[in-house]
Structure formats: structure tokens, C-alpha cells
Design a binder for this molecule. Sequence first.
Ligand code: VG1
Ligand code: CO
Length: 542
Amino acid sequence: MIKTVPTKPYTDQKPGTSGLRKKVPVFQQEHYAENFIQSIFDALEGFQGKTLVIGGDGRFYNREVIQTAIAMAAANGFGKVMVGQGGILSTPAASNIIRKYKTFGGIILSASHNPGGPHEDFGIKYNAGNGGPAPEKITDAIFEKTKTISSFKIADIGTVDIDTIGTFKAGGITVEVFDPVKDYAELMESLFDFDAIRANFKYGFRMRFDAMHAVTGPYAKEILERRLGAPNGTCRNFKPLPDFGGHHPDPNLVHAKHLYDEMMGPDAPDFGAASDGDGDRNLIIGKGIFVTPSDSLAMLAANAHLAPGYKEGLKGIARSMPTSGAADRVAEKLGIGIYETPTGWKFFGNLLDAGMATICGEESAGTGSNHVREKDGLWAVLLWLNILAVRGESCKDIVTKHWEAYGRNYYSRHDYEEVETDRANALVDELRAKLGSLPGTSVRGLKIASADDFAYHDPVDGSVSKNQGIRILFEGGSRVVFRLSGTGTSGATLRVYIERFEPDKARHDLDTQQALADLIAAADDIAGIKNHTGRNKPSVIT
Ligand code: VG1
Ligand code: CO
């Protein structure tokens, strides 16, 4: 029943920030998905007879590739596959299943916040036995295998029923189709004070959760409405759709603008939240106030002890380099470690495994903790709900009090999407070449204190990751950071991260773009963004 099928390598299968992401028609090329899956298996050792978790975010092409992955796992010698019912499994839920059932690892099919559909994006990523995204050592090995692959193995088992919960044999392998929500909901119940949150809803606390037609819908329905008693209708767009209803399942102020508008309106609920394609990101908006992801990380860390799962306090906080320094101030006050890592959740795994960090976050709307090894959208929402229920204050009060206590880090990210790759590379090359000459010079009245290309030295395994983003640090603590996205699927996306610290309470309610205006202008002066990209303004501002 096992076939060995000859194939030819593709040259473009290098995993990015989070797995391999390409347009669906690229994945539909002959043996494209098979090559990558076989390369994953070829880069791993010791999985004979062991269990592989398989699931995805329900996007277009999900079901097809799940069948392929099951048949290939069988042919390559796995003993069992665990598949989320209907092929559905959020990224954090997959991480939990891998850890809880001590499986060998998992394959998650998702392009996360990227749009879905026949001409949109698809993705495949591998998570290791700790439940976290494969570290660079493994993704590099996978890429090497994709360059020389000459055949793949697949079992001839026909279409497996992934819609009915149960355990059966197919092609010599055990297939367990499980409820993708249950274990995750139990994990959340173990971390948070569900009684307090339930009581809050009972006494009229109102929230809106927008699942953006992505994978979090079933999780949010079960946890918020069924287990926590939020009124029916609290969750919107909760049915996962293969094309996310034609939208980008990216919970930011552009793609979730309707939620923002609602939260700023006269009859706004107390709390609004949204999640992305694969359920690992979160958007947090209180009544009348947007909470930036960097601020949210700091505020969750400062208040985490109010939730039962974190009542002993935190061991440390980790944030990606472009994420604002707001969390650093909390770590300092708590007297715990703060770690600065490159962009991408795979860099948090070692710190979490070593017990050095408890809470991690990224400016791109990802927050999570040591409960799994991925960022976790609903987790962040539930921690906020727990904090709101215990403190009995509004989100806005909690935010403004935090700024009063710690100061405010004004923060924004400007994205220039689908820039011609050559032009984006030219911008970065030019910037890199002049880094040495920048310190000591002034731009728009701002003096540059230092400039470098961020390199990370992992304190746990000693590995070094270079070229992780160009940092221009100004005297007084403001900064701009430049890097190219590693998740886009057409052209290049330039991300410019801008940050200014404001200790003065009287200056905490400025408009963010205005508060950062001189830095934004300085960023263009330094990098020649308009010249290089040919754009007058960013495509997305978050
Ligand atoms: C982006 C974000 C990064 C995040 C990654 C995956 O990467 O900036 O913080 O970890 O997406 O998130 P990049 O390379 O495009 O900047 V997800 O929710 O798309 O898995
Ligand atoms: Co995601």
C-alpha cells in the first residue's frame, strides 16, 4: 500500500518567520505540498511508531493537504495521527494537544493572518514535541532537504473520514479524530477564574468577540458563550470559512475596523476583541480605547497574578525586539528577567522550556505564556477578562493608570506591502552600509545614539541569529526599527516600527501618529522609504 513517488525539488521552499507560506496555486503545483511534508519528515529522526498531530485553520486547500499529510505520515512510519475534527485546530490548541498527549510533533496548515481562497495564501508549519514552532536548526534542515528531494512516500489509503469523532485504522496507521475545542477549553478553565468572569457577565458586563470567520470561532463560542455565560451573539463571524468571508483574518485596526468603530461608538460594549486566521493573535479594544499589543503585553504581565494560573508571579517576560519597551518597565518593577528576541514565536521556546520566561509577546498582536508554546489569542482575551473581573474597573481606567505608573510608550508600525523585492532589498542594503556612520549625527533634531543590525544570542542553547532587524536608537530612548517581513507571499513587505517613551502624565492622551511625527519623518530621512518604495504612505498603519 506504500508508494514511493519520484519527484523533483522546488527551489523556493525556505520556511519564513512561521513556516512555509505561498499562494494556493503555488501549493497546487504537482507534488509541491508532498515535497515539503516529506522534507519535514526527512529532517526529523525517531518518529517511527509515534504520534503526529495534524490540523489547520480551515482555509481553502486545508482538507486536501490534511489527507495528504495523513497518507504520508502513514507511509513514513508514524504509528498514529491525531486530527482535529473537520481538519480544524487552532495553532495554540495544536500546541496544547502536542504537549498534553506527549506526541512526537504536529503539522499545522495555516497562513495565519493572510487571506484565504483559491488565489490567496496557504501554509504549512511543523511544531516539535515541546509544542512550539520548529527552531531554526530544524527549519534550516527542512530547507536543505527540499533542495535535494528525489522521492516521497505516501500510503494508498483513499479519503479518510476526518469529520466523525472516533479512532480507527487506515493504511496500517491509527487515526484519531478528536474534538479540537475540548482540551483547549479545559486548559483555559485551569488557568483563569471562570467564576469571576461568569459573574461579571451575569451582572451585565458586555463584550464583543469577532472571530473574523477564522478558526477561533468554535473556541470562542464554547468558552465565552457556553462556559462563561456571555449572551448569545457576543461572538460574531464565528463560523470558519475557507475564504474568511473574503476578508483578511488579521485583527488590526484596518481589517477589524468595524470592531474598532463599534468600540468607539456611543453604545460600545465594555470590551472588544478579535483573533486571526489560526487563532494565535489577539486584538484588544476597551470601550473608547485601543490597547496596542505592546501595551497589552505590559499590562497583562503587570496584572497576571490576579489570575489563578499565575498567582505565584512570573519568572520573566520575553518580547520580540521590535515590540515596545513597555514590558521592560514592568519586569524591572517586578524584579524579574526581561528577554529581547528576534521576531517569530520560535525564539521564545527555549526561554519558556528553561523556565526563564512565563509571559511572552510581540507587537504584531501575539501574546502567550508557558501554558503552551505558541502565542494564544483567546488566552490573552481571557486573561484580560479575568483582570477586568477582579479589578472591577474599566479597560480604559486600567490602561491610563498603567501609563501613570510606568509612563507611556507611544508606538506604531507602518507596513509597506507588496513592494518590489529588489527595491526593498536595496533599501535594506543601503541602510546596513551606513549604520556605522549614523551614531552621533542628528536627524530632525533627534540625535542618533546607536545603530545596529540586531543579532540574538540564545542564552539557553548558545545559537546565534543575525540580521534580525535594523535598529536606530535615539538619545532619550526613542527608536525606529526596520525589517522585511518573513510571512508575505508576494513581493516584499517593509515594516517600520516607531517608538517614543513619554513619562509625563500630562502628555499621555496625544494622538499616536502625532506623538511620533518627528520620528516618522526621521525614519524616511534615514532610510529613503519614499524613494526606494515609490510609495507616499504606508499600506497599513497599526
Ligand atoms: C509576522 C509578525 C511576527 C509574527 C509572525 C507570525 O511576521 O511580525 O511578529 O510572529 O507574523 O504570526 P513577519 O515576518 O511578517 O513580520 V502569524 O499569527 O502570521 O503566525
Ligand atoms: Co496567526
